[in-house]
Design a protein around this ligand. Structure first.
Ligand SMILES: C[S@@+](CC[C@H](N)C(=O)[O-])C[C@H]1O[C@@H](n2cnc3c(N)ncnc32)[C@H](O)[C@@H]1O
Length: 258
C-alpha cells in the first residue's frame, strides 16, 4: 500500500494546501485553541463521551451538543479534511459526474471538501444521526473547484441501518461511485459495527467504486481497519494523513468485483 503523500506530485500537494488555506481560513493555532476550549466547555456538563466506540453512547453525546459546540470540537477535523480527502481522491475518481455518499456528515464540513474535489456535475448524499446538524448542513451552499454550486442532500438516519436517499428509498445496489467517512469510523464504532458498515458500503458501491474511511494513524489501527474491509472484498489502495502529527489517517479502498 503506497502512502498518499509519496504518490503526489509536488505541484498537486501545493495546490491542495493553497485550496485548504483559501477555503478553510482559520489558522491551525486558532483552531487548536477553539477546539480545546469547546472540549473543556462540553466536558464541564459531563457530555464529553462522544469519543466512544459504543455507537449508541456516542450518538447520545453528539445529540446533547449544540451546533456551535459541535463546530468547536470538530475544528481540527475540519482542518484535516481539507488535506487528507484530496490526497486520497487524486487520480482515482472517474472523469465523469459521480454519485457520492458522505457518512456521518455532521454539519457538512467533510461534504464541503468532497464538493470541491468531485468531478463537475457530481451529487452528494450526506447521512447523519443528529437532526440539528442536518439542519445546519442543509443551510449551506456547497461549491465545486470552479465555485459552481454542487447538489448536496442530507438525510437524518443512523449509518448502521440500510443507506437511504432523502425520500426514504433504500439506495440501489451498485449505484454509488464513492462512499466517504471522516472523523467517525475510527472513533465511534466497534469492530462488529465497522464490519456491518463495510458490508453496506460494499452493497451500494459499484464494482471498482471507492471507499475513503478514517482510521487511526498508527500501524496496528490501520491494519485492523484494512482487515475488516478486506473481509468484505475491499482492496486498500493507499492512505493519507493531514500532517505527521495527526493521530488519524484516511484509508482509500477499492471495492472488489461482484
Ligand atoms: C467528528 S464528527 C465528523 C463530521 C464530519 N464527517 C466532518 O468531518 O466534519 C462525527 C459525526 O458522526 C456522527 N455519527 C456518529 N455515529 C453515527 C451514526 N450511527 N449514524 C449517523 N451519524 C453518526 C455524529 O453525530 C457526528 O456528527
Amino acid at each position: 500500500m503506497e502512502n498518499g503523500l509519496v504518490r503526489l506530485e509536488r505541484a498537486e500537494a501545493a495546490r491542495f494546501r493553497r485550496v485548504a488555506r483559501e477555503r478553510c481560513k482559520e489558522g491551525l493555532a486558532r483552531l487548536f485553541l477553539r477546539q480545546a476550549w469547546a472540549e473543556f466547555s462540553v466536558s464541564v456538563g459531563g457530555r464529553l463521551h462522544f469519543r466512544e466506540t459504543e455507537n449508541a453512547r456516542a450518538v447520545r453525546a453528539y445529540c446533547a451538543m449544540t451546533v456551535p459546540e459541535f463546530e468547536g470540537i470538530n475544528a481540527r477535523q475540519k482542518w484535516a479534511n481539507w488535506r487528507s480527502i484530496p490526497r486520497n481522491l487524486h487520480g482515482r475518481l472517474p472523469r465523469r459526474p459521480c454519485r457520492a455518499v458522505d457518512l456521518c456528515s455532521g454539519v457538512g464540513d467533510s461534504t464541503e471538501v468532497l464538493a470541491c474535489y468531485l468531478p463537475e456535475g457530481s451529487e452528494i448524499l450526506g447521512l447523519e444521526y443528529n437532526p440539528e446538524f442536518v439542519r445546519k448542513a442543509r443551510s449551506r451552499i456547497y461549491r465545486d473547484a470552479q465555485g459552481a454550486p454542487v447538489k448536496a442532500e442530507f438525510r437524518v438516519q443512523s449509518v448502521l441501518e440500510a443507506f437511504r436517499d432523502c425520500s426514504g428509498k433504500r439506495l440501489p445496489d451498485a449505484s454509488v461511485d464513492l462512499v466517504n467517512c471522516c472523523g467517525a469510523l475510527a472513533v465511534n464504532f466497534d469492530e462488529s459495527a465497522i464490519g456491518s458498515l463495510a458490508a453496506e458500503i460494499f452493497r451500494v458501491l459499484q464494482p471498482e467504486g471507492l471507499a475513503t474511511v478514517d482510521a487511526p494513524a498508527n500501524c496496528s489501527g490501520k491494519e485492523r481497519m484494512i482487515r475488516i474491509f478486506s473481509r468484505c472484498r475491499f482492496d486498500a489502495l493507499g492512505s493519507a494523513q493531514s500532517c505527521f502529527l495527526d493521530r488519524f489517517s484516511q484509508i482509500c479502498f477499492r471495492r472488489g468485483g461482484p
